[in-house]
Design a protein around this ligand. Structure first.
Ligand SMILES: Nc1nc2c(c(=O)[nH]1)N[C@H]1C(S)=C(S)[C@@H](COP(=O)(O)OP(=O)(O)OC[C@H]3O[C@@H](n4cnc5c(N)ncnc54)[C@H](O)[C@@H]3O)O[C@H]1N2
Ligand code: MOO
Length: 431
């Protein structure tokens, strides 16, 4: 299994905070991933349902049961010949051969034999006639019908695609652990692989909490807001390769939360809640779930995303990831903690997708927390240039204008313009 450590581990300043009340991000992530295993493989039909298979992780090696190409065939439109007959052909001294037949891709029947001194018209993809050792392309001939004048010789095997030169019988064509993309489905289709075993997409339920949250379209109360958190998290789940099986928005009411969890838990491998995990009088998730099962609630050394809760209400039940309510905090928490969990369930690498960039401006950071700074990215001379925004965790507008999160390790309080930094990619890898 790939490395589960966040990329900041071992960075200057380390991954641990001096504040004993703040838990290290790495420590919590290790616990989140602790007992998670990939979803139980199922058989799927890649050719029948390519859209449903794309992005899933293969659970078994697929080996070729036939060669590719399946038979020797022409790589060019032209004439199938015995190369020895045209060895001396030049534009000044062409070789003329009678054309004894024609063969095209899929034209059926046995291709006419190419005896010494004869040629057969052949189209790209057509089966090589017996006796032919090479193809002379149109461009090297007068394109004759009954007879052809060949102006250039060809070596043995020229413009012939050999049986098995791409894939030999028994070759490993797609390895277990591969995320299936179009290029993989292509070779599976070429080999007529009817079914493969994959890890099904993890099923995720999203439960947003907050008495202030109002559904789309409903007239807003003076202190009401729209539920952007459930959408942000639900869409992030899909981008991370999960499937959202249920979405609920509940008020800060323990009974409502209990009911929602009871409804969605049987449907899901993982439940993400938002809100209600910090210190407030109505922080319903923490107040209702703390102390139950293996649930842990506390504060981690991360900004945004300090208050968190993780665990299971009962053994065998779904993992609960209880993220803070501020939408940007739930989004960054998702990327740092939940996306790796989904990756583990998918059978994929849990490593954070990071790259390097050069800071366009100075950046300050608190010493005691890993900071994830919204930022925009543009082309640079060598590495991309990254311009940090801020970390205020209510700013969904600023989040929408951001491309990446700059990762500032614990212990680093200032990074100067021009410094090379790690950025966490928040958009999915293109499929
Ligand atoms: N005394 C303290 N107060 C707070 C602390 C703290 O350590 N001590 N931590 C702050 C931090 S940091 C965060 S983050 C928030 C997280 O609090 P909760 O998880 O309890 O979230 P709520 O209080 O429910 O909501 C916070 C904020 O986010 C808005 N919100 C919530 N859900 C949604 C949603 N689905 N869509 C849009 N907006 C949402 C909510 O209206 C609040 O404004 O706590 C700080 N407080
Ligand atoms: O950690 Mo909170 O997420 O700063 O706003």
């Amino acid at each position: 299994m790939a490395d589960a450590r966040p990329p900041v581990a071992g960075a200057p300043g380390g991954c641990c905070t001096d504040d004993p009340t703040l838990r290290g991000v790495e420590d919590l992530l290790a616990d989140v991933l602790g007992d998670l295993a990939a979803t139980v493989p199922v058989a799927v039909a890649p050719s029948a349902d390519p859209a449903g298979v794309l992005g899933l992780v293969l659970a078994e090696d697929v080996r070729a049961t036939a060669p590719l190409p399946g038979f020797d065939n022409a790589a060019m439109d032209g004439y199938a010949v015995d190369h020895r007959d045209v060895a001396d052909a030049t534009p000044d001294a062409p070789v003329t051969l009678p054309v004894v037949g024609a063969v095209a891709a899929g034209s059926g029947g046995a291709p006419p034999r190419v005896a010494r001194g004869r040629a057969v018209r052949i189209m790209t993809g057509a089966r090589m006639p017996p006796g032919a050792t090479a193809v002379v392309p149109w461009e090297s001939t007068d394109r004759g019908s009954a007879r052809v004048e060949v102006h250039h010789g060809v070596d043995e095997g020229r413009h012939v695609r050999r049986t098995g030169e791409d894939v030999a019988c028994g070759d490993l064509v797609v390895a277990a652990g591969t995320t299936l993309r179009a290029r993989h489905l292509g070779v599976l289709a070429a080999l007529d692989v009817r079914t493969v075993r994959v890890h099904p997409a993890p099923r995720v339920a999203v439960v947003a909490t907050g008495s202030e949250l109002q559904p789309a379209g409903e007239p807003l109360r003076p202190d009401g807001i729209r539920d952007s958190g459930a959408t942000l998290v639900g869409a992030s789940v899909v981008e991370a390769g999960g499937v959202v099986v249920a979405t609920r928005t509940v008020p800060d009411d323990p009974a409502a939360l209990e009911q929602a969890l009871a409804e969605v838990a049987p449907l899901a491998d993982l439940v993400v809640t938002t809100g209600g995990v910090s210190e407030g009088d109505h922080d319903v998730v923490r107040l209702t779930l703390a102390g139950r099962g293996s649930m842990w609630f506390g504060r981690i050394a991360m900004q945004p995303g300090k208050p968190q809760g993780f665990g299971r209400l009962e053994a065998g039940g779904p993992l609960l990831c209880c993220l803070p309510g501020n939408p940007v905090a739930s989004f960054t928490s998702f990327h740092v903690l939940v996306r790796p969990a989904l990756a583990r369930l998918r059978g994929a690498s849990v490593a954070w997708p990071t790259s390097s960039a050069v800071l366009a401006t100075d950046l300050d950071s608190p010493a005691d927390r890993l900071q994830l700074v919204r930022a925009t990215l543009e082309h640079g001379d060598d590495l991309p240039r990254v311009t940090p925004g801020g970390t205020a965790s209510h700013m969904v507008g600023a989040l929408a204008r951001s491309d990446v999160l700059v990762v500032v390790p614990v212990g680093v309080t200032r990074l100067s313009a021009g410094a090379t930094v790690t950025v966490l990619r928040i958009d999915p890898e293109p499929l």
